[in-house]
Design a protein around this ligand. Structure first.
Ligand code: PHE
Length: 519
């Protein structure tokens, strides 16, 4: 059977929109600003740029190159390159991404809730009562609206809607994804530009910009700053999830992975940069210190800034949440596609079937992350059950899962494949040729950097108690173990089972050549 379920991009534009749509997500709009603020504003650019050049672009070339050369999603691609161990690492990455998909979609469901609210009470009413957050009483909107929503049941309905949208967009793979991203990704840029013009034209809007550019060099001595920059690079460029490999596997034979990587990372980082300008300008005009948490930035710090605009508050509020929604959707579909394409490649199973099965599982997971506090009244006033679990899973999947995947991926391809072979393949089609320095980045420099980051995180865990908590307090203990256990069981156990499962993948290069000829 020819590999009919794989599909391909109709245009290079479609591919670039899809890959940059994946990279540009919630992280670009708020995470960068939160980090930049936390880590010394202007001084953050130095580690950030180094991380981009030393790790981001080289690993993206690697992931694109793998997908393009093997025409397979991540597990099969690594499997073809270096055998079973490679496939196992691929599945581990995909399953780790599975967890991230679940909570990323829950966060998007909250965005949807805020989006709906922004047409009505979110910006127009002064405060909201908080039924489930006892002891907090009334909070001012938009913060009040957010917590009132979080502590109720209706985000569960929003989770259904967001999953539904994802299923629709991924329904026909590259074809349907391309159909959507070619509109929504440019739209995202337009909305961001409108926000930045608004930010900069506010009285004293330039103060925020000055703040963003004023480096606090002291912070460069802090290891956390470097760790922040390097781990953010993986997340923001969507690396270590198998996404870029899956997307590149739908490219035609003649395609330049060096220029694709440069283009996608440039688009991603420039978007992040202008988002930083927009957000800093609004926050500092209104003197709202951006507490360095992504969720608070997104759900009440920036909205509080918008609420103080001299005019058209609702319009800008709706715009902001539409932007988040669109940016998040073009990222979440890439996560779903990475998983679906891996399953299709290994099991030759019909796309719609696996999509529905996976979405049902994913939906269940996202619902757990959306659970309000009512389920566990023992929690303190700062969280819902879902939010606490989200924090914990994010801790493992983001701080350990991603760098670990990156580390092993580079070592395997660097030393076992070997990487010089991949470089030759990439160079055949590349205008700007890769030099052997790239080999050494993959073989040595990146693994070393990631190992240091992982070691440092682990050290913090041991000295400071797991996740900075000293395991004393009541119900969170059980949650810690539950989260870690679930994460390990699913990622490790699942990866072993999927690797050992019978492989129905077959060589179909003839088919792909025929496809190429007819293109
Ligand atoms: N790159 C996305 C962001 O910056 C995060 C993301 C990574 C989303 C991978 C989906 C998949 O928000």
């Amino acid at each position: 059977m020819p590999h009919q379920e794989r599909g391909s991009w109709r245009s290079k534009f479609g591919f670039i929109m899809a890959a940059s749509g994946s990279a540009i997500g919630l992280g670009n709009i708020v995470f960068f600003s939160a980090n930049a603020y936390k880590y010394g504003a202007g001084a953050f650019y130095l580690p950030y740029l180094l991380a981009l050049i030393l790790v981001g672009i080289p690993v993206m070339i690697l992931e694109f190159g793998l997908g393009h050369s093997t025409r397979r999603a991540f597990p099969q691609s690594l499997g073809r390159a270096v055998g079973r161990t490679g496939e196992f690492v691929g599945w581990w990455a995909i399953l780790n991404a599975g967890f991230i998909t679940m909570y990323y979609i829950t966060i998007l469901a909250w965005v949807l809730g805020m989006w709906v609210g922004s047409f009505g009470p979110l910006f127009s009413e002064a405060s909201a009562a908080l039924p489930a957050f006892s002891g907090v009483g009334e909070l001012k909107n938009p913060m009040g609206y957010f917590f009132a929503m979080l502590s109720g049941w209706w985000p569960l309905a929003a989770v259904f809607v967001v999953w539904g949208l994802n299923v629709l967009i991924v329904w026909r793979g590259a074809k349907s994804i391309e159909g959507v991203v070619r509109f929504i990704v440019p739209l995202m840029w337009v909305m961001m530009l409108v926000l930045i013009v608004r930010g900069l034209t506010l009285d004293h809007g330039e103060h925020g910009i000055l703040m963003l550019f004023t480096p606090n060099m002291e912070t460069l001595r802090n290891v956390d700053v470097w760790k922040g920059a390097f781990s953010q690079m993986f997340f923001t460029l969507s690396l270590g999830f198998g996404i870029m490999t899956a997307y590149a596997s739908y490219l035609p034979k003649k395609s330049d992975q060096v220029s694709n990587s440069l283009m996608v990372s440039f688009m991603n980082c420039s978007f992040e940069f202008i988002a930083g300008l927009a957000i800093f300008s609004l926050l500092f005009v209104f003197v709202i210190p951006p507490k360095a948490s992504t969720l608070s930035m997104m759900f009440f710090i920036v909205p509080t800034g918008i609420a103080q605009f001299p005019a058209a508050v609702t319009l800008f509020g709706v715009l902001f949440f539409t932007l988040l929604l669109v940016a998040g959707l073009s990222s979440s579909v890439s996560l779903v596609e990475a998983l679906i394409s891996a399953m299709i490649d290994k099991f030759r199973i019909a796309r719609v079937k696996i999509l529905l099965i996976f979405s049902a599982l994913g939906l269940a997971g996202s619902i757990v992350f959306a659970l309000p506090k009512v389920i566990d009244p023992g929690l303190d006033s700062n969280g819902t059950l879902g939010l606490s679990l989200l924090d914990l899973i994010d801790h493992w999947a983001f701080s350990y899962g991603l760098p670990l995947v990156g580390l092993v991926e580079c070592l395997l391809i660097g030393w076992l494949f070997p990487v010089s072979k991949l470089r030759e393949f990439i160079n055949e089609n590349a205008n700007l040729k890769l030099s052997p320095i790239w080999d050494w980045l993959i073989k040595l420099v990146i693994p070393l950097l990631l190992a240091v980051i992982l070691g440092y995180s682990l050290y913090g865990e041991i000295v400071g108690g797991i996740y900075g908590h000293d395991m004393e307090t009541g119900s969170i203990d059980g949650l810690h173990l539950l989260a870690l256990g679930a994460w390990l069981a699913v990622t490790l156990g699942g990866a072993i089972i999927l690797t050992l499962a019978p492989n129905r993948d077959r060589e179909d290069s003839v088919t792909s050549e025929v496809n190429d000829a007819s293109r």
